[in-house]
Write a protein that binds this ligand. Sequence first.
Ligand code: ADP
Length: 165
Amino acid sequence: MTSKPVTAICPGSFDPLTRGHEDIIRRTLSFADRVIVAVAETATQSKRGRFTVPERIGLIRSVFQDQPRVEATSFAGLLVEFARQREAHLIVRGLRAISDFEYELQMAQMNHALNAEIETVFLTPAAEFAFLSSSLVREVAALGGDVGPFVSPPVLEALRGPGNP
Ligand code: ADP
């Protein structure tokens, strides 16, 4: 019997990628053959982002340039439809705190109702990253704080670059 490679999708805004995201992506690699890091275009339209979708993808690619099992791309529309197109049966989300739980439970149940072949798996981050969010990193960086411990070097460089609000 040959088993098909397992493809997992880590969806999100990734504005920008933090070490918390990286932790979830690396841990997903321990049980999936391939991880598609999928930047949501739809969410971006309502939330004005710090980085454009192509910039976010570029940063994810540079952070994971040595990891051929990680692909970064964007998707528009329904996540379950994107998963179906890419033949991925796993959606992986990070759960940091109880406050994440209600929304994540709703999304997972809705996605399951839309496509019962796709399972959502939740991973908890390492404790050292549990407080990290992209929005907090953006805010601290914009106020001149050192976010070096929370993001990888390409992201740090981009946050220092022009266009900082
Ligand atoms: P979204 O806007 O969809 O929440 P994010 O880019 O903020 O997208 O997050 C993408 C995924 O990464 C989500 O599953 C989120 O819970 C998870 N995540 C974000 N920050 C962390 C962190 N510090 N530790 C673990 N998971 C995280």
